[in-house]
Design a protein around this ligand. Structure first.
Ligand code: ATP
Ligand code: MG
Length: 147
């Protein structure tokens, strides 16, 4: 069982797509293990996007990520990291297949709806970053017994 970190970015909040994106996660049978709305400060964005800090588009990403609060979700399930990356697909929505989150809902790379951890190692780091000290719920669903 794996847990991965998802962020619903400001364009998702602004466009009224929160339910649309969360329903795809639920429909895949992943479990929502924690969820909260959070206004990102510069420190957490600098840490989270350290790997693109030297890119020319970084200042625009910082501004975009602070436009509204974001929704952080811990999603749990078998192969959750890879499964969620498959649900969201390519960074650039132009390369994202239809029936994926970015393929269906995003038009350009500047506002691509969602973040999801790209490896098990990063998921662990990112979950600590967003849910530090708060713990993640452990609960079972009756429906999981048929898995
Ligand atoms: P995220 O980390 O947000 O889930 P990702 O893993 O698909 O996205 P990264 O390479 O980690 O892609 O880039 C982080 C974010 O930086 C992207 O979501 C996108 O908003 C932005 N970004 C990446 N590459 C470009 C680019 N070439 N031009 C503009 N923005 C970009
Ligand atoms: Mg990334």
């Amino acid at each position: 069982m794996q847990t991965t970190l998802i962020l619903l970015k400001p364009d998702t909040i602004e466009r009224g797509l929160i339910g649309n994106v969360i329903s795809r996660i639920e429909a895949k049978w992943l479990q929502i293990a924690w969820m909260k709305m959070i206004q990102l400060d510069n420190d957490i964005i600098n840490e989270h996007y350290a790997h693109i800090a030297d890119k020319p588009f970084f200042p625009a990403i910082v501004k975009y990520m602070q436009r509204t609060p974001v929704i952080a979700i811990a999603a749990k399930g078998k192969n959750a990291v890879l499964v969620v990356r498959s649900l969201i697909w390519a960074t650039n929505p132009l390369d994202a297949l239809p029936w994926t989150v970015r393929g269906d809902l995003a038009l350009n790379i500047d506002a691509n709806i969602i973040h999801a951890s790209d490896s098990e190692e990063n998921a662990e780091i990112e979950l600590k970053r967003f849910f530090k000290g708060e713990g993640i719920f452990e609960y079972s669903r009756l429906i999981d017994e048929v898995l």
